[in-house]
Design a binder for this molecule. Structure first.
Ligand code: HEM
Length: 176
C-alpha cells in the first residue's frame, strides 16, 4: 500500500536522527567485538577489547536513555500505515522491543563485568586479574539478548527493504 505524502515528508527530530545513527554504528561495532573478544585467550588484547566494548556499550546505554526521554517529550512523525492492522502493530512492537533489548543488553553486560570479577581487572589495567571463566548467569542473558537483537535488526532492515521493493517509497528519508 502506498503511503500518503505526509508520512514521508514528516521527519524524526534532529536529536533522534543523530542518536539513531550513532547507536547503529556503535552496536554494529559491539556485536563482532563481543563474539571475538569472548574467544580470545587471557592477555593484553582481551583486556583492551573488554575496555572498548564496555566504553562503547555505556555510551549506547546513555544515548538510549536520552532517546527514550526524547521519545516521550518530542512530537514524532505519524506511525507508518501499511494497510494491515497486524503489520502496523508489529512495526510499533519491533520499535519498542529495540529500546528494551538495548537497555537489557547494557545492564546484563555491566552485571557480567561486576559478577565475573572482570570489572576489577579493567580498573587495575592488569590482564592477569581477568577471571579464567566468565561463566556467570548474566552472561547467558547477555548472549541470548545479543541474538534477539540481531534477529530484530534483520527484521527491521528487511521491513524497510521490503517496503521499498513493493512501493518504491524510501521510508529511510524520515530518519535521515
Ligand atoms: C547494545 C549494547 C551491547 C551489545 C550489542 C553487546 C554485544 C555483545 C556480544 C555479541 C557479545 C558476545 C556474546 C557471545 O559470546 O555469545 C558480548 C559479550 C560481552 N559483553 Fe556486550 N554488548 C553490549 C553492551 C555491553 C556493555 C554495556 C557491557 C559492559 C559494560 C558489555 C560487556 C560484555 C561482556 C563482559 C561480554 C562477555 C565477554 C566474554 O564472554 O568473554 N556489553 N556483548
Amino acid at each position: 500500500m502506498m503511503l500518503p505524502e505526509v508520512f514521508l515528508s514528516k521527519k524524526y527530530s534532529k536529536s533522534t536522527i543523530i542518536i539513531h545513527w550513532l547507536s547503529f554504528a556503535g552496536i554494529l561495532a559491539l556485536i563482532p567485538m563481543g563474539f571475538y573478544m569472548s574467544d580470545l585467550p587471557i592477555g593484553e588484547s582481551k583486556l583492551t577489547l573488554y575496555k572498548a566494548h564496555a566504553a562503547i556499550g555505556i555510551v549506547i546505554l546513555l544515548l538510549t536513555l536520552f532517546r527514550v526521554f526524547i521519545f516521550f517529550k518530542h512530537e514524532r512523525p505519524p506511525g507508518l500505515e501499511t494497510g494491515s492492522v497486524f503489520h502496523n502493530k508489529l512495526i510499533i512492537w519491533i520499535h519498542n522491543a529495540f529500546y528494551f533489548v538495548i537497555l537489557l543488553l547494557c545492564f546484563s553486560g555491566i552485571v557480567t563485568l561486576i559478577q565475573s570479577g572482570a570489572g576489577s581487572a579493567l580498573q587495575s589495567g592488569d590482564f592477569n586479574n581477568l577471571p579464567q571463566e566468565m561463566n556467570v548467569p548474566p552472561l547467558t542473558g547477555h548472549q541470548i539478548l545479543a541474538k534477539i537483537f540481531i534477529a530484530l535488526l534483520l527484521a527491521h532492515i528487511g521491513r524497510v527493504a521490503n517496503h521499498y521493493i513493493k512501493t518504491k517509497e524510501n521510508t529511510l528519508k524520515r530518519i535521515f
